[in-house]
Design a protein around this ligand. Structure first.
Ligand code: AMP
Ligand code: MG
Length: 405
């Protein structure tokens, strides 16, 4: 049986970012950008005032010595004033600095005088050369790197790209992703639960995980099919024909009612890998049909039906593959991690690595609820997965790196 690292490495060999398309900035939020971007507009674009006050020559600012106010300059239009000897310019935050000025005296640091119909300021404090002046290019120069390909676009980046006059950004084309929930026992919301039935929780949970990756609803399709070879084959024929990624929940084990493998085989999709040495999630399956002869390529992930198994295998194998497809660099694909303090002593006497679910509070990891593969409540309370290797014991208070989910 493959280890989780081997399984992930095999899956990722089939993934690279899709071709690029231009996307409005706000639609691109939260996804890796497709191309490295460089500044075309310096920030600030021109020398300007950081304060409401008076543009001056610092050397001329002497306590009690008047300077004549020649005009006003507000933000928005450069009046191209130039200071002569003994002159100051009334100036407001963001307004272009006049020629020959080298500092701005805050309005709080002057008294105003009027004589012969002329306005004067009388400094009550001195000022240093460059004080309260924002120099052109001091924040960002032209040609400077704004964002590297594969970096996730965050709201601050949206501001930065907008400052360049950009309205769109090149992003890998979004895949169409399907979620197929298998199981005769599954019931839709609004239907009564008959004995032996349960509501389909994996379907909505997997769609939520896709939405959390910023995949829009328009690119996600969710379906259910019964435990029946023909129904499963037909559902998969349709989904693999129109989606680049298909995520199946349930039916991947070796039970008499597990039809995913035979259905994939009927469609010519042989598993690249099946079963991984991991707990929960051992029956995980990955199959793929390469692009070719008019047929789009498709990758199929078969997740075990137990909710925690489905969630954990999604995090370990599906999220990295989707992140790669969405343009993340390979090193970023495994997902965000944090170093935490483990609250209680934990051990794994089993023969597979165990991904324990836990809460994170102020950097402390506490296991949440039952650590069994059907225990959805505990999963719902968790923020992170902690990997305990076979036979590993972690003492309370130890530091460990966990996968954030
Ligand atoms: P399976 O992998 O199909 O053998 O299912 C394993 C367990 O997961 C069974 O107890 C199923 O009832 C449960 N299960 C399967 N699919 C879902 C689902 N979509 N939502 C909730 N539980 C499920
Ligand atoms: Mg089933």
């Amino acid at each position: 049986m493959l280890t989780e690292a081997e399984a992930l490495a095999r899956i990722l060999t089939h993934y690279s970012p899709a071709g690029l398309v231009e996307v409005p900035l706000l639609e691109a939020l939260g996804r890796p950008v497709g191309r490295t971007l460089f500044a075309e507009v310096a920030l600030p674009g021109f020398d300007n005032s950081a304060m409401d006050g008076y543009a001056v020559r610092a050397a001329e600012v002497v306590l009690g010595q008047r300077l004549r106010v020649i005009a006003e300059q507000a933000a928005g239009r450069d009046e191209a004033h130039v200071l002569g000897a003994g002159e100051a310019l009334r100036i407001f935050t963001g307004a272009p600095m006049p020629g020959a000025a080298d500092a701005v005296l805050m309005q709080e640091d002057v008294t105003l005088e009027v004589a012969d119909g002329k306005r004067f300021i009388c400094p009550t404090d001195t000022v240093q050369v460059g004080e309260n002046v924002r120099r052109a290019g001091s924040d960002l120069c032209r040609g400077q790197c704004l964002l590297r390909a594969g970096e996730v676009l965050r709201p601050g980046h949206v501001g930065l790209l907008a400052s360049q006059g950009m309205a769109t950004v090149a992003m890998p084309r979004l895949p169409r992703v399907a979620v197929l929930s298998t199981g005769d026992e599954l019931v839709l919301p609004g239907q009564p639960l008959l004995p032996g039935q349960l509501y389909n929780s994996n379907g909505p949970m997997l769609v939520a995980l896709l939405r959390a990756l910023r995949l829009p609803a328009s690119h996600i399709e969710a379906q259910h099919c019964a435990d029946d070879l023909q129904a499963t084959t037909e559902a998969l024929r349709g989904l693999t024909g129109r989606c680049e990624v298909v995520i199946i929940s349930g039916g991947v084990s070796v039970g008499d009612h597990d039809y995913v493998k035979p259905a994939l085989a009927a469609l010519g999709l042989l598993p690249e890998l099946w079963r991984v040495r991991v707990k929960p999630g051992k029956p995980f399956l990955f199959a793929q049909r390469p692009e070719g002869a008019g047929e789009p390529g498709c990758r199929v992930f078969g997740l075990p039906g137990n909710p925690v198994s489905a969630f954990v295998t999604y995090q370990l194998f599906v999220r990295p593959a989707l992140l790669r497809l969405l343009g993340a660099e390979p090193a970023q694909c495994e997902g965000p991690r944090a170093v935490v303090t483990v609250a209680e002593s934990l051990s794994n006497s089993g023969d597979r690595p165990h991904y324990m679910r836990g809460k994170l509070e102020a950097g402390v990891f506490t296991t949440s609820g039952r650590q069994q593969s059907h225990a959805l409540y505990g999963l719902s309370q968790s923020h992170a997965l902690l990997r305990l290797g076979e036979g590993e014991v972690v003492e309370a208070g130890a530091q460990r790196s966990v996968l954030l989910v």
